[in-house]
Ligand binder design. Structure first.
Ligand code: SAH
Length: 225
């Protein structure tokens, strides 16, 4: 027997329903995400609020989606993967994020670490992200409109740094702003496909691990009004 319209509505609105969100979590688990904390945060973060209404019905697909200004909201798997890599060394109190975009990755991080400092070069994107995170009552985030190549030196060092756009090479400023034992997760490469790197600041120098092949929009130069 097919459900009545009323029943359908009670179960939630179609593609943003709880069931659709559960399916995404199952899929991320099957694809190899293993941290219960990270999966739980992705489960409870309403990704449909971070995209245009016209795309909301696709928000729980495991794909990147356009957010305007030629930018994209990262694929949920990649958000989870990078978050797991950042947290794998233990709890983090200060995390720097480069590339706020729509703020989805920021929202995930904010629920898992003490404080997030996030830098974005497109002011209007960041303003909108700020509003969304305020609506979600995520208050442990500080925003800066600026150039991510420079990091955020005034508040350094950071225990974790995550870059959500692909850099031609690893920005020296970010290496400098990493605390001892700190972890930097960054896609590096000039082509369409890049390497996801994990760089850890050791007592003497840095260790560098090449992990996955990834596709990110480029880390550009300079802030933009
Ligand atoms: N984490 C974001 C991903 C956004 S895409 C999300 O899930 O929505 C990458 C973002 O990096 C874009 O918003 C882009 O404007 C920003 N970006 C690119 N170059 C930058 C730079 N030099 N400094 C700061 N942000 C930059």
């Amino acid at each position: 027997m097919s459900p009545t319209e009323e029943e359908r509505q009670r179960r939630g609105s179609g593609m943003t329903s709880q069931r659709t969100r559960e399916r995404l979590i199952e899929r991320l688990y099957e694809e190899g995400l293993s941290s219960p904390q990270v999966l739980e945060v992705i489960r409870r973060t309403p990704r449909h609020l971070f995209v245009d209404e016209a795309l909301a019905h696709r928000a729980y697909e495991d794909t990147a989606l356009p957010i305007g200004h030629n930018q994209t909201i990262s694929q949920p798997y990649m958000v989870g993967r990078m978050t797991e890599l950042l947290l794998a060394g233990g709890p983090l109190d200060k995390v720097l994020e480069i590339g706020t975009g729509c703020g989805y990755q920021t929202a995930v991080l904010a629920q898992l670490v003490e404080r997030v400092f996030t830098v974005e070069r497109i002011q209007s994107l960041q303003d909108r992200a700020k509003e969304r995170l305020a609506e979600l009552k995520l208050r442990n985030v500080v925003y800066r409109w600026g150039d991510g190549w420079e990091g955020w030196p005034a508040l350094a060092p950071y225990n974790g740094i995550m870059v959500t756009a692909a850099a031609r090479d690893v920005p020296q400023a970010l290496l400098d702003q990493l605390a001892p034992g700190g972890r930097l997760v960054i896609p590096v490469g000039a082509g369409e496909v890049q390497d996801l790197l994990l760089i850890v600041r050791e007592e003497n120098g840095y260790s560098r691990h090449v992990l996955d092949s990834v596709r990110f929009v480029p880390l550009l130069n300079g802030p933009l009004a």
